[in-house]
Ligand binder design. Structure first.
Ligand SMILES: Cc1ncc(COP(=O)(O)O)c(C=O)c1O
Length: 450
């Protein structure tokens, strides 16, 4: 079944990009409307943590399709489930009719999602849509119009979700006016504390300020429908808040009848060494958004919420493709694999290896200002020097590029971070190999800039 043991990993055999990749890139650049490409990698096939490009180069994947491939590329169980389903029925509009894979999936998600009591599940196709549904169901059920979100947050790019997103200026520029009613407050980014305080002597002021300043002077709490949060900020820089931050915020929200919306789109599905990142903080959210690794690459997302929040009027929200037959079968197979292969436990264990290796790297290089993460959701933040903490963006980009030329696929995050998100099922020697290549790439980049 596995090809992993048969290969020298990674193995770059052409210039990058190679001739076939170049052709694809040229066509892509001419016709595809996109402005976010990270590396000139034209993939042909992938399995587990291995990726072959069209020129026969073999890469090691530490990006997982932007956190989508937690159980590895093309897991045979997912492939089989989707192929079998495709031979039966591909689409039948689960909004208007019934089928088994959809009803089985929502039953299962209602059971595994974080939170208590009976739940309802709305299915859609992408993270941003799962957030749109959370915006709409929280407004609909509460009759309130305002929202709280965090500086550094990423919740998606459709106009409603974008109104909550506050990660990079470029994502919002020229799209105003956004959906009105969102107030952003600073997140608990201790490495660059917005209040210039130190944990724990700060007393978690970054959470308490919600009650003591915002809800007191700026936002009438009875007009706030929901607070959207990422338990670990993703695109914003893989920022792990202190353990009191989210419980304190949740307590304030509860006291004022403000719903808590937990965005698990990037951090969920075992990535942090728990099934849901919010489990690290002991909070039961009212609404949960999930997508990315839910379908192992089949486009599917879910918004799971307390049953009593459900829309009480037919037609108040819907999606043609949401809960598509193929996507549901991919998600069910993914959940099976996570349970059967102890994937969450694997992430907790291998996450420790990643933590130790990251700490060693930090000790070796002055330009690594901070290393952080939970489980296998880890990042390094690069700085010009540790005193000024000036983001070292060029250095970070150089490291990503050097690693790519050695066969390691990486992605940035935040202003000058590199995220490390290999599939949770990666073989341990490939995990070590990837960390070695990362370290070599940092060493080369630091040496050559000196
Ligand atoms: C936390 C979080 N929420 C929402 C989204 C949006 O997901 P999508 O790109 O599938 O719309 C992302 C995407 O990176 C994300 O990281």
């Amino acid at each position: 079944m596995s090809e992993r043991g048969e290969h020298e990993v990674p193995k770059v055999v052409t210039d990058l990009p190679g001739p076939k990749a170049r052709e694809i890139i040229d066509k892509d650049e001419r016709f595809l409307a996109t402005v976010t490409k990270a590396s000139p990698l034209a993939v042909e096939r992938a399995q587990g943590e291995l990726v072959w490009d069209v020129d026969g180069n073999l890469f090691l994947d530490f990006a997982s399709g932007v956190s989508v491939i937690n159980i590895g590329h093309c897991h045979p169980k997912v492939v089989r489930a989707v192929q079998d389903q495709a031979a039966k029925v591909i689409h039948f509009a689960g909004t208007d009719f019934y089928y088994d894979v959809q009803s089985r999936l929502v039953e299962r998600l209602a059971r595994v999602a974080p939170g208590r009591g009976e739940r309802k599940v709305f299915l859609s196709n992408s993270g941003t849509e799962s957030v749109e549904a959370a915006i709409k169901v929280s407004r609909w059920s509460s009759g309130r119009k305002q929202f709280i979100a965090f500086i550094g947050a990423f919740h998606g790019r459709t106009q409603g979700a974008l109104s909550l997103t506050c990660s990079k200026r470029v994502q919002r520029a020229r799209y105003f006016p956004l959906v009105p009613g969102v107030t952003h407050i600073p997140y608990a980014y201790c490495y660059r504390c917005p209040y210039h305080l130190e944990y724990p002597s700060c007393g978690i002021w970054c959470a308490k300020i919600l009650e003591e300043v915002y809800l007191d002077a700026l936002l009438p709490p009875e007009e706030v429908a929901a607070m959207f949060f990422e338990p670990v900020q993703g695109e914003g820089g893989y920022i792990v808040p202190p353990r009191e931050f989210i419980p304190e915020l949740a307590k304030i929200c509860r006291a004022h009848g403000i719903l808590t919306v937990d965005d698990e789109v990037q951090a969920g599905m075992g990535r942090t060494g728990r099934m849901w990142a919010v489990e690290h903080f002991g909070v039961d959210p009212d609404i949960v958004c999930m997508a990315k690794s839910l379908g192992s690459g089949m486009p599917i997302a879910a918004t799971v919420f307390r049953k009593e929040l459900d829309w009480k009027q037919s037609g108040a929200h819907s999606s043609t493709y949401g809960g598509n037959c193929l996507a549901c079968s991919g998600a069910l197979a993914t959940l099976d694999v996570i349970e059967e292969e102890g994937v969450v436990q694997q992430a907790a264990k291998k996450g420790e290896v990643m933590r130790e290796r990251s700490e060693e790297i930090k000790a070796r290089f002055e330009n690594v200002g901070d290393v952080r993460g939970l489980g296998m959701m880890r990042a390094l933040e690069f700085v010009e020097d540790r005193r000024s903490k000036e983001p070292a963006v060029k250095l970070r980009n150089d490291i990503v590029s050097r690693a790519f030329h050695k066969g390691l696929v990486l992605l940035g995050c935040g202003r000058s971070g590199i995220r490390l998100i290999p599939p949770l099922t990666i073989e341990e020697r490939n995990l070590e190999r990837g960390m070695d290549i990362l370290e070599e790439s940092i060493s080369d980049a630091v040496r050559d800039r000196a």
